[in-house]
Design a binder for this molecule. Structure first.
Ligand SMILES: Cc1cc2nc3c(=O)[nH]c(=O)nc-3n(C[C@H](O)[C@H](O)[C@H](O)COP(=O)(O)OP(=O)(O)OC[C@H]3O[C@@H](n4cnc5c(N)ncnc54)[C@H](O)[C@@H]3O)c2cc1C
Length: 460
């Protein structure tokens, strides 16, 4: 399927319903949850009732061949509030990791446990980062070792969304020290397992409606079937990793794969915040008068908003392209996942800062949501790979793709032989046009009009 930004009927309706939910349910309570730093259970309940909180919903969006459903949904939801948005979609992140690593049987067992059902909601967490290693996954120190029919996990995790309150924790741990980050595996640790301890709920700058925690794993025992993918697959993966280490080759890990796939999803969340801020600031600048005229009449106010509108649209196109690539199985050879995450997160920070500036003193106090959006946006240049890490991924890709032309040179062309012979810009078409013009005085007018119809740009 080609890259097409025209939404399907279902996508159009999804964006409309999500926007309605964000405007009617999420925004009105966002400031309150931000102030209290409380988990928004009633909003999750309403999300579940409206069909936005279930494994099948997210599998369906992830499986959409156009790739656009997921970023459209994320942008609308996070336009409402990023903290509440994170609380709603956190299990989808865990589900994505399960989806990549688990056997079909494990998927069937654990996916429902990540979400529950309306009236009996459940939560899931993806626990990767550690106090000593967020960006540097090679530095992870959580260990798992086999003990008979069980695995025993010991370690320390930091900044874990839904950590300690989740029913399902997807935890990565080193199982083979010598292989470093290639010797890691993912485990399911159910909430309440002895030895799993929530050290503290973290007190955050922004996205405060989401729960983020520090966790300890002290001799946490889980049955062998909680190893995602199973023992045989792990043995195979470790053997391949040993070969790669011996041959000094590099291969991805399930963890890194998760982040690469989820980057467009996170970029779309940042776009929701950026768009909210731009809309709010523009509306304010139209209404607010200074020196006898609306402040938007000043180019000092209007131009930065124009630049943001351009940058937000650019970031959205990058995000949709990356999402379409992921859905179509086109590899991110030029760091396309990182490009969209970097562009969207950085424009979100700029847009929210500019919204405050546009509103002057009113932007700086909590009467308006822009100061909250500013705090929320900052998370996006930090988690799921900091902006610096995105630059590393993109620059490494640049180095590897040295001399390669842009992506569209690599993609499979569409349109077939007729298009190749007579499509727009082909020599044959050019010659036909020249011949038609040269013969214009000899050819009857109706035939000429028909020829010109073929050549002119398409009209609605
Ligand atoms: C609110 C919140 C929620 C989170 N949720 C989760 C979650 O649910 N699950 C989870 O596993 N993790 C989560 N994280 C963790 C997050 O992914 C990490 O904080 C992030 O990856 C950065 O790691 P770090 O904090 O250890 O920073 P570090 O890796 O120590 O980086 C510190 C600084 O150094 C820079 N830096 C590091 N290496 C380089 C380099 N080679 N070149 C240039 N600059 C470099 C970084 O960009 C950064 O500016 C969350 C974090 C936050 C704040």
């Amino acid at each position: 399927m080609g890259f097409d930004i025209a939404p399907t009927e279902a996508q159009h309706d999804l964006a409309r319903r999500t926007h309605e939910f964000a405007a009617e349910v999420v925004r009105p309570v966002a400031a309150d949850y931000d102030a209290r730093q409380e988990f928004p259970w009633p909003v999750l309940e309403e999300a579940a009732t409206r069909g936005f909180y279930s494994p099948l919903f997210y599998r369906d969006l992830i499986g959409d061949p156009t790739g656009l459903s997921l970023p459209m949904f994320m942008e609308e939801l996070f336009w409402g509030c990023a903290g509440i948005g994170l609380a709603v979609v956190m299990p989808a992140l865990a589900l994505s990791a399960i989806g990549q690593a688990a056997s079909p049987e494990q998927m069937l067992q654990w996916a429902p446990e990540c979400f529950g059902t309306p009236g009996d909601l459940k939560l899931a967490a993806l626990a990767i980062s550690e106090p000593e290693g967020g960006s540097d996954v090679r530095n992870l120190r959580t260990r798992a070792h086999r003990d008979g029919d069980d695995w025993i996990i010991d370690g320390h995790k930091m900044w874990i969304g839904n950590g300690g309150i989740a029913n399902v924790h997807v935890v990565n741990a080193v199982v083979d020290e010598e292989l470093g980050h290639k010797g890691q595996a993912l485990f399911i640790v159910p909430g309440g397992t002895p030895g799993l301890q929530m050290v503290r709920k973290l007190d955050k700058l922004g996205c405060r409606a989401s729960h983020t925690a520090e966790l300890r794993f002290d001799g946490v025992r889980v049955p062998a079937e909680n190893l995602l993918g199973g023992q045989e697959k792990l043995d195979y993966k470790l053997a391949k990793a040993r070969e790669a280490v011996e041959g000094a080759k590099h291969s991805g890990s399930a963890t890194l794969g998760t982040f690469e796939q989820t980057r467009p999803m996170v970029a779309a969340q940042a776009l929701g915040i950026a768009r909210a801020a731009l809309e709010y600031a523009t509306e304010y600048a139209n209404r607010r008068e200074a020196f006898g005229a609306p402040i938007i009449d000043n180019q000092g106010i209007a131009f930065p908003l124009a630049e943001l509108a351009t940058a937000i649209d650019g970031a959205r196109l990058l995000t949709w392209r990356a999402s379409w690539m992921a859905a179509s199985g086109v590899a991110f050879e030029r760091g396309e996942g990182s490009m969209c995450k970097m562009a969207a997160s950085e424009v979100a920070v700029r847009a929210t800062e500019r919204a405050i500036q546009t509103m002057g003193g009113w932007g700086y106090i909590k009467d308006h949501p822009v100061e909250k959006w500013y705090r929320d946006a900052k998370l996006y240049t930090i988690f799921e790979g900091t902006s610096e890490i995105q630059r590393i991924v993109i620059s490494n890709a640049l180095g590897a793709a040295d001399g390669k032309p842009p992506l569209h040179f690599d993609l499979e062309p569409t349109g077939g032989r007729i298009n190749k012979m007579f499509g727009r810009g082909t020599p044959l078409r050019g010659r036909a046009a020249d011949a038609a013009l040269a013969a214009k005085d000899r050819v009857p007018a109706p035939v000429m009009r028909l020829a010109m119809k073929v050549l002119r740009p398409p009209r609605k």
